[in-house]
Design a protein around this ligand. Structure first.
Ligand code: 5GP
Ligand code: ZN
Length: 109
């Protein structure tokens, strides 16, 4: 955890946020600036700055994030209509918050 990271602050409860999902390993909450009718961020509790620095030991966590996103898509009733799961990696890949997160976007008509 870092003091400056906005997602660490959200996880620590320092920024009031409604969680769609929360356990010891990850949390999920709605994006503050949604790019689709459904836009949820799935975020590990562990502060990992980018996908580029993922350790071998972190790989099960990524599977857990994908499964959580799938379950949230089902709860949001967008499983059938479809959705995208996106990791933005580094500034050139659109990453603005350097604490990895999986974007779940969908719900288009
Ligand atoms: P990135 O560009 O790093 O892949 O995505 C960061 C995302 O975090 C953006 O879509 C942005 O709207 C979202 N975001 C930034 N700050 C906050 C915040 O304080 N609360 C929430 N819920 N989302 C945030
Ligand atoms: Zn962090």
């Amino acid at each position: 955890m870092t003091n400056e990271c906005i997602f660490c602050k959200i996880i620590q409860g320092k920024i009031p946020t409604d969680f769609l999902y929360k356990d010891d390993d990850l949390v999920a909450f709605r994006d503050i600036n949604p790019q689709a009718p459904v836009h949820v961020l799935v975020v590990p509790v562990k502060h990992i700055p980018t996908i580029n620095v993922l350790a071998e030991d972190d790989l099960p966590l990524i599977g857990k994030m994908v499964a959580a996103a799938r379950d949230i898509a089902k709860n949001e009733k967008i499983s059938k209509s479809g959705y995208k799961l996106i990791f933005n990696v580094e500034k050139g890949g659109g990453q603005e918050i350097f604490h990895i997160h999986l974007h779940l976007v969908g719900g288009w008509k």
